[in-house]
Design a protein around this ligand. Structure first.
Ligand code: NAP
Length: 312
């Protein structure tokens, strides 16, 4: 619980996994004195009400009214139209932020519409699951995770104060905040998040298409490693379509490097070059160890699953 709320009124637009998790966490920690949500879908708005996530507004005008922090939690491809639609309703001095998994393109899109009196501070919580919708969210989603803010290079004191306040809000929700340039964010996330998702989508699709492996066998023997890719590939298709369309350059560059390295492994297998394979696999094992030491994953065998693949 925080000593005093960081914002009087937080508005969340898009009441899905991330938006509903922010609402839950902000309420539990007291980071916002009051909280209001909006979603374009009436079904989602009703579900958000039923789940008791907070006050639910029926229009963009109503959700933005009196909000001192507006958080866009919509897919990256919907950021521009949402920013344009809310611009007339934003309170002077308010913060406009987002949670999009890509930063440079939404930043430019929001900048084009954000009034000069509003502090635009894009952000990205490095936290999530493969689930979507308001029921999928939970209050502890951001605990011990990173939140990257990509503020504009603005030396204005009021703007810097707004960045500090937004950082404190995310810290209250359990995150550690890092400030980064938007273009750098997109290059880093291309390799740590976007490419792994592309590989997962591709491997699942390849397995599905392979004539020699009937669907029954793919499912039956999935614990051989394939299962973990299917979890990633179960992520929301709209969200990931938008990520790839909006981080095109960085993903293509990373994919080029990946393809070269994959070709080197392919060559080592073809030529029976065990030393190369050994060297690469040992290096990868070291990286896994570093991730565990950094507290970014569990050290438990098989991610803490029991023999049936279920969490104990
Ligand atoms: P989600 O569960 O699908 O929620 C998105 C919500 O936004 C849905 O209810 C959707 O409604 C609504 N929406 C879509 N377009 C809208 C619009 N124009 N106006 C108002 N509402 C709109 O997705 P999510 O996982 O929370 O992702 C939201 C954002 O968080 C994305 O930008 C994503 O890149 C980012 N993010 C996601 C993760 C993750 O692991 N999931 C992690 C970090 C950041 P409909 O159902 O009607 O489309």
């Amino acid at each position: 619980m925080v000593e005093a709320p960081l914002f009087d009124r937080v508005a969340i637009i898009g009441a899905g996994l991330i938006g509903s998790s922010i609402a839950r966490a902000a309420r539990e920690t007291g980071a916002a004195r009051s909280l209001v949500l909006y979603d374009r879908s009436e079904d989602v708005r009703e579900e958000a009400s039923r789940l008791g996530l907070g006050e639910v507004a029926g229009t963009l005008e109503a959700v933005c009214r009196d909000a001192d922090c507006v958080i866009l939690c919509v897919p990256v491809g919907a950021v521009e139209e949402t920013a344009a639609a809310i611009a007339p309703y934003l309170k002077p001095g308010a913060i406009l932020t987002d949670v999009g998994s890509v930063k440079e393109s939404p930043l430019n899109a929001m900048k084009a519409h954000c009034p000069a009196s509003v502090h635009l501070i894009p952000g990205h919580p490095i936290a999530g699951t493969e689930k979507s919708g308001p029921a999928a969210g939970f209050a502890t989603l951001f605990q011990n995770t990173w939140h990257i803010l990509t503020p504009l290079p603005d030396e204005n004191e009021a703007y810097r104060g707004a960045v500090d306040r937004l950082a404190s809000f995310w810290e209250a929700l359990g995150s550690r905040v890092e400030i980064m340039d938007a273009a750098r964010h997109d290059r880093v996330l291309a390799i740590t998040s976007h490419l792994p998702h592309l590989i997962a989508y591709n491997i699942v699709s390849t397995a599905y298409d392979m004539e020699s492996v009937g669907e029954g066998e793919v499912v039956k023997y999935s614990a051989g490693g394939f299962r973990d890719f299917t979890r990633i590939a179960a992520s929301d298709p709209t969200m990931w379509r938008d990520v790839f369309l909006h981080n095109k350059e960085a993903v293509l560059e990373t994919l080029g490097r990946f393809s070269e390295d994959l070709a080197a492994l392919q060559r080592a297998i073809r030529w029976g070059d065990g030393d190369t394979l050994m060297q690469e696999f040992a290096r990868a094992r070291g990286i896994r160890k570093a991730i565990i030491e950094a507290g970014q994953d569990t050290a438990e065998t098989n991610f803490g699953r029991n023999r049936n693949g279920k969490k104990d």
